[in-house]
Design a protein around this ligand. Structure first.
Ligand SMILES: [Mg+2]
Length: 219
């Protein structure tokens, strides 16, 4: 049943399942304030999104315990475990797609005792070398610029004839979001702004478990 779901919710992680993004917290709390601005280099097209995050993460010199305390500040939606369980019962499979790093995603999901399919960039913490993030080599959903191609994940399930919903909050979420109907397109922050500018319909959300409630009321 789990492997052949009728309905799939493809969800971003940072800022979507959590209140805050890991890379933003890392910049604020773990990196020197006078360091290079890799994010603006990404936004102006000089480096890829993957490369910007990879460079930030590799400059973290804090201890693993200090980094994990920052991970905890991301605040996974406390209603997520129950919402995932209710979605499962109603025939929805939840799939995490993230252009961030699976090291902190798996940490937060394990802490909440939630087991989900995750497509993200593999990484490991190495004292002195920071969070070493790599491309997900061998993934069928590989993107050379983001690591993980969320739109390919959405397309894969659409091609299987499934109902697909998407939830996200960032610029890299736009292509995947536009593949699903407006009633199943959940957005906030940068993604919501982009969709508004383009006149594309979407469902705003404040926390992730509200998305689940809305999907359950449709079905
Ligand atoms: Mg995000």
């Amino acid at each position: 049943m789990e492997n052949h779901p009728k309905n799939v919710l493809v969800s971003d992680f940072d800022g979507t399942m959590t209140r805050r993004d890991f890379f933003k917290l890392a910049i604020q709390q773990l990196l020197p304030s006078d360091g290079p601005n890799y994010w603006s280099e990404y936004r102006t097209g000089r480096i890829t999104h993957f490369e910007a995050l990879r460079r930030y993460f590799a400059e973290i010199h804090a201890t693993e315990a200090e980094v994990l305390s920052v991970v905890d500040q991301m605040e996974l939606d406390p209603g997520l475990p129950q919402a995932v369980a209710e979605l499962r019962q109603a025939g929805w499979k939840v799939i995490v797609t993230s252009a961030g790093c699976d090291w902190y995603i798996r940490h937060l999901l394990a802490q909440a005792s939630v087991n989900l399919e995750v497509h993200s960039n593999p990484g490991r913490f190495v004292p002195g070398l920071g969070l070493q993030m790599e491309m997900p080599a061998g993934s069928p959903f590989l993107s050379p610029t983001l690591g993980v191609d969320k739109a390919l994940v959405v397309r894969h399930h659409l091609e299987q004839g499934r109902t697909v919903a998407f939830a996200g909050d960032g610029f890299p979420d736009e292509e995947a979001a536009l593949l699903v109907p407006g009633s199943l397109r959940f957005a906030r922050n940068d993604l919501a702004d982009v969709l508004k500018q383009k006149g594309e319909p979407f469902q705003p959300f404040e926390n992730w478990s509200r998305i689940a409630r809305q999907l359950l009321s449709i079905a």
